[in-house]
Structure formats: structure tokens, C-alpha cells
Design a binder for this molecule. Structure first.
Ligand SMILES: *Cc1c(COP(=O)(O)O)cnc(C)c1O
Length: 427
């Protein structure tokens, strides 16, 4: 079975694909929310909040038990000692984003990490002070870059440069490179969403990073919609830093602990400014409580506080599933699953809506964004009443994300049927 499999609209075909799916068993490793009648929801919203791994409560329970039994001793004697708890998460996260474990740290939340990274990597000078970001980036990223520019005394209206969206709602690599060229002499930082949250487009991070770095521009990538969704090679691509939340495709639960990448080339750069805290200090002398801060080489040196173990326990439950499934196999299924969704959607009436996500598999992750020309919100509400969980983005977009870890081909088929039925009924 390859992404070139000839699809069919026959519902039996969905069952065949499910039967032949080598990752099918992972669906049982998640709790699928139910509709009122007890049937599982058609949950296509893992781009917003990933589902709960069935093992998550056991992982949390383990830490609560160790805390109850061991108190403070749990830092060293817990089954998974809290002192080093985050290190195993760095290893599995590194495999997911294509990095070395010492380039990764799991800490804080996404926007906090973006700010900490910009403290070190947005270093404006009189000549170079601009930040390039894509048009209509996720609001938190817009606020973060604008406030960083202001913090350094610049007017965001001048300091923030936006990469324009084309008339199809996409960003061509050409446009991105052109924008970089136009501002090559006065830009300090490029901050890009690896996968754009709105249109689901996967950027050519490798090409864009090469281009920006050749112009001496620092490159940061927001992987909120990319981590656990698409294959990444942050180290090889030479990205300077990256940050991501873990509650979307990484299924760690609402607001759980985020991830951060700092390229090895910055591991021991003592000239980088940073906001420091005791957990980023050299582990061998941390508890001597020295007056002077000596950062741990690598990403861990950006830690501030001792980490929250309970949200990391749910993350560990999910990352263990990722390690078991493997990103390569997940990507294979993802291309097949999203390709199937696209095929079924395009097989029906499509005068009143279009897909704004690129049709090339290498330019997208699992999400398809559907622009509905009119009455989109009514359609969305109808889908909700029919047991579909997806999401609505003003003014006219429905985002559908079939996730290869827990969504089935049958989920996709049922969704497509409900979608087309609505247009038939409202023709
Ligand atoms: C989801 C998302 C966020 C959310 O930020 P938090 O700090 O986790 O609340 C930020 N940026 C992007 C691009 C996102 O997709």
C-alpha cells in the first residue's frame, strides 16, 4: 500500500484500508470521545488538541504514587527519577524533530519559549533589526515578535516584515525567498511557522533556512503544527532555534509542557544573552548554589525552573507511542489518509468550497483547510451535531486533521459522506 494506491469511494474500501493499516492498533491506545449515543466521535481536531493516550493516567498515577511514597526523595528514587525526567523526553522529541538530544529541552509553554529564544537570538543592531514573519501568522507569534521589537525600542510597523500570502491563500517558496532578499540587509531574524496553522501549508524549511542564513539572518521555526505531524530535520537544515507546543499532534493534554530546539552550533556560545534560572545551571554544581551562572552546554542551558513532572508524564505517555510507531511509518499513513480525504472530497460537488491547503503531499501535513464560499458556519455547526469534531476559523475556513496515530480511514469516509450530504440537502 503506497500513497499512489488508487482510491475508491466505496465504503468497503475504507474498511480494507483500515484492515491493511500497519498502525491500526494505535487507535486503541487513545481514548476517543463519544457521542451521546455512545458511538465514537469523528475526531478530526488533533491539530488543536490531540486525544488522550489511554496510558496517560497510569503515567500520571505513577508519579503521584512515587510522590506519596517517597516525598522529596522522588527526585532521585522515583521509578523515573524527577531529577532526570525531562532527559528521556528530549531523546524522543529529538527523534521527532530531527535533532540531537542535547539540542532539545522540554520546558515551559510555546509562547514563553519563543520569547526566551528571541532574548538570545533576536539581537537587533542599528543596521539589522527587522523580523520577517508570514502574513496572518498565529496571533501569539505576531504579539511575541511585535513586543520583542518594542522591547528593543523599535516600532513594529517598521521592524516587522510580513511575507505576503498569494491570491490562493498560500505562501510560495519564491515569495518567501524574495521577501528575504528584499530585506536581506536590515533583517535580524526570520520566524516562520513550519506548518501554517491556517492553510496547513508545510514550508520548505530547508531551502528557506539555507537562503536566510546565507544572508546572515537568524532562523527560528514555530513547530506548533509541525511537530509530530511532518518529518523534520532541524539539525541538518541548520535552523538556529525552534519551539513547539505538545498538546496538538503530540497529545500531551491541554497546556502541557512544550519543547524547544537550539542548534548545536550555539551550545557553548557564551556571548549569547539569555534570561537565566537555576535549572539551566551546570548540573554538577547546581546544588552548591554558586553565585555565578554557568549554563549547561546545549538546549538545557535555557531552562529556568525545575520542571512540572505531572504534565511531562502525560507527554511521556504520548511520546512512547511515537517511538513505537516511528515518524516514517506515521508519515506514510498520513499521506495516504489525507490523500484519501482529499480524493473523497473532490469526488463530490465542489462549487461552493475549495481546499486552500496545497495538493502536493510534500507541501502539507495531515490537515486540509476548506474554504466555504457561503454558509460555512452553518455547515460547521451541522457537522458538529452529526458527531464530527473539527474546527472553524473565521471568516470562512473549516480545518480537518485526520491524525495517523488514531484516526481511521473509516473516520475519513464518514466525514466525507456527511460533508457531501449537507450540500445535497441544501442544494
Ligand atoms: C497553537 C499555537 C500557539 C499557542 O501558543 P501557546 O503558548 O501554547 O498558548 C502559538 N503559535 C502557533 C503557531 C500555534 O499554532
Amino acid at each position: 500500500m503506497t500513497p499512489n494506491t488508487k482510491y475508491s469511494t466505496d465504503p468497503a474500501f475504507a474498511l480494507t484500508l483500515d484492515r491493511e493499516d500497519p498502525l491500526q492498533r494505535f487507535r486503541n491506545s487513545f481514548i476517543i470521545p463519544e457521542q451521546e449515543d455512545g458511538t465514537p466521535q469523528i475526531y478530526l481536531c488533533g491539530n488543536s488538541l490531540g486525544l488522550q493516550p489511554t496510558a496517560a493516567s497510569d503515567y500520571v498515577r505513577q508519579e503521584l504514587d512515587d510522590w506519596a511514597e517517597l516525598g522529596v526523595e522522588g527526585h532521585f528514587r522515583a521509578r523515573h527519577p524527577w531529577m532526570r525526567y525531562h532527559e528521556s523526553l528530549a531523546e524522543s522529541s529529538a527523534a521527532i524533530v530531527g535533532a540531537h538530544p542535547d539540542e532539545i529541552v522540554v520546558m515551559n509553554t510555546l509562547t514563553v519559549n519563543l520569547h526566551l529564544m528571541m532574548v538570545s537570538f533576536y539581537r537587533p543592531t542599528r543596521e539589522r533589526y527587522k523580523i520577517i514573519i508570514e502574513e496572518k501568522a498565529f496571533p501569539s507569534d505576531q504579539y511575541a515578535v511585535a513586543s520583542q521589537a518594542q522591547f528593543h525600542g523599535y516600532d513594529p510597523a517598521d521592524a516587522i516584515v510580513e511575507i505576503p500570502m498569494d491570491e490562493h491563500g498560500r505562501f510560495s517558496t519564491e515569495h518567501v525567498l524574495e521577501t528575504i532578499d528584499r530585506h536581506a540587509d536590515d533583517t535580524a531574524l526570520l520566524l516562520l511557522g513550519g506548518v501554517n496553522y491556517y492553510n496547513g501549508q508545510l514550508f520548505d524549511v530547508e531551502e528557506i533556512t539555507r537562503h536566510a542564513r546565507a544572508a546572515s539572518i537568524t532562523v527560528g521555526i514555530d513547530l506548533a503544527h509541525a511537530a509530530g505531524n511532518v518529518p523534520l530535520k532541524l539539525h541538518d537544515w541548520g535552523v538556529d532555534f525552534a519551539a513547539w507546543c505538545s498538546y496538538k499532534y503530540l497529545n500531551s493534554g491541554p497546556g502541557s509542557t512544550a519543547g524547544c530546539f537550539v542548534h548545536q552550533r550555539h551550545a557553548t556560545n557564551a556571548s549569547l544573552p539569555r534570561f537565566a534560572g537555576w535549572w539551566g545551571h551546570d548540573k554538577s554544581t547546581r546544588f552548591d548554589m554558586p553565585d555565578r551562572f554557568t549554563p549547561i552546554p546545549g538546549a538545557e542551558g535555557w531552562q529556568l525552573s525545575n520542571p512540572a513532572i505531572l504534565p511531562m508524564a502525560t507527554l511521556r505517555a504520548s511520546l512512547d507511542l511515537f517511538m513505537d510507531a516511528g515518524m516514517a511509518a506515521l508519515r506514510r499513513k498520513s499521506e495516504l489518509l489525507t490523500g484519501y480525504l482529499e480524493y473523497l472530497l473532490l469526488h463530490g460537488e465542489n462549487d461552493s468550497w475549495n481546499i486552500i491547503t496545497p495538493s502536493e503531499p510534500e507541501q502539507r501535513g495531515c490537515q486540509l483547510s476548506l474554504r466555504i464560499s457561503s454558509g460555512g458556519k452553518q455547515l460547521f455547526d451541522h457537522l458538529g451535531r452529526s458527531g464530527v469534531i473539527c474546527d472553524w476559523r473565521e471568516p470562512d475556513v473549516i480545518r480537518i486533521a485526520p491524525v495517523p496515530l488514531y484516526n481511521s480511514f473509516t473516520d475519513v469516509h464518514r466525514f466525507a459522506e456527511l460533508f457531501h450530504q449537507y450540500f445535497t440537502d441544501h442544494a
